[in-house]
Design a protein around this ligand. Structure first.
Ligand code: PLP
Length: 225
């Protein structure tokens, strides 16, 4: 089933767009099925769960942290995380820099923006990102690399609204690229789009789509310990 789903989805994703398989709440056997299909990028939203899976599964998997990250948990993922999608404060970025340094790594990060009209979503406003990028603290950091932006659209049937929200994220990306990262080799990532809206996200310039339930099926939170 998982491989059938992947075959169908991969056919809709253009070259240059990465498919991130969101495996949160799903067992390792499901991840291995996607792995055997050829998927190497997996997304999780909980530090403990991701670390457990990292330890158990093949070491060439690239683990993406896509959920809200608490500063006191950064140390658990710093040794291995491939990309943190959810940087939403200077304090968090400082902590990632500190823990990355201990591991002798440079950790790639995305700034997460609040672009949805829904209130529950985490994320920065453009002005807040500017404050981070202009801070002395950020300018001193040597162990983080900001590679782009991440955001979510409102969970709605209103496709015009979804288009507008993704356009907003793309325009924030363009603004930051022009004003802060014009020399950066790395700043090129726009992480947007989930199972229900990834096709719209690709039309609006996404470079990473984060797809969970369309690959692995609906999540059953009641089964979790
Ligand atoms: C769960 C999750 C996804 C995947 O959602 P689906 O609707 O299952 O595709 C993508 N991004 C984030 C941040 C998530 O938490």
């Amino acid at each position: 089933m998982i491989q059938e789903n992947l075959k169908r989805i991969v056919a809709t994703i253009p070259e240059g767009v990465t498919l991130l398989a969101v495996s949160k709440t799903k067992p390792e056997s499901d991840i291995l099925e996607a792995y055997e299909f050829g998927i190497r990028d997996f997304g999780e939203n909980k530090v403990q769960e991701m670390t457990r899976k990292y330890e158990a599964l093949p070491k060439d998997i690239r683990w993406h942290l896509i959920g809200h990250l608490q500063t006191n948990k950064v140390k658990y993922i710093a040794p291995y995380v491939h990309l943190v999608h959810s940087v939403d404060s200077l304090r968090l970025l400082e902590e990632i820099n500190k823990e990355a340094k201990k591991c002798n790594r440079v950790i790639s990060c995305l700034l997460q923006f609040h672009t949805a009209s829904e209130e529950t979503k985490f994320g920065l406003l453009q002005e807040e990102a500017v404050q981070i990028l202009e801070s002395e603290s950020y300018k001193q950091m040597e162990n983080v690399r900001i590679c782009g932006v991440m955001g979510m659209a409102t969970n709605t049937d209103d496709t015009d609204l979804i288009h507008r929200e993704f356009k907003t994220l793309k325009s924030i990306f363009d603004f930051l690229k022009t004003n802060y990262f014009s020399d950066s080799q790395c700043f090129g990532t726009i992480s947007m789009g989930m199972s229900e809206d990834y096709k719209i996200a690709i039309e609006e310039g996404s470079t990473i789509v984060r797809i969970g339930s369309s690959i692995f099926g609906e999540r059953d939170y009641s089964k979790l310990a």
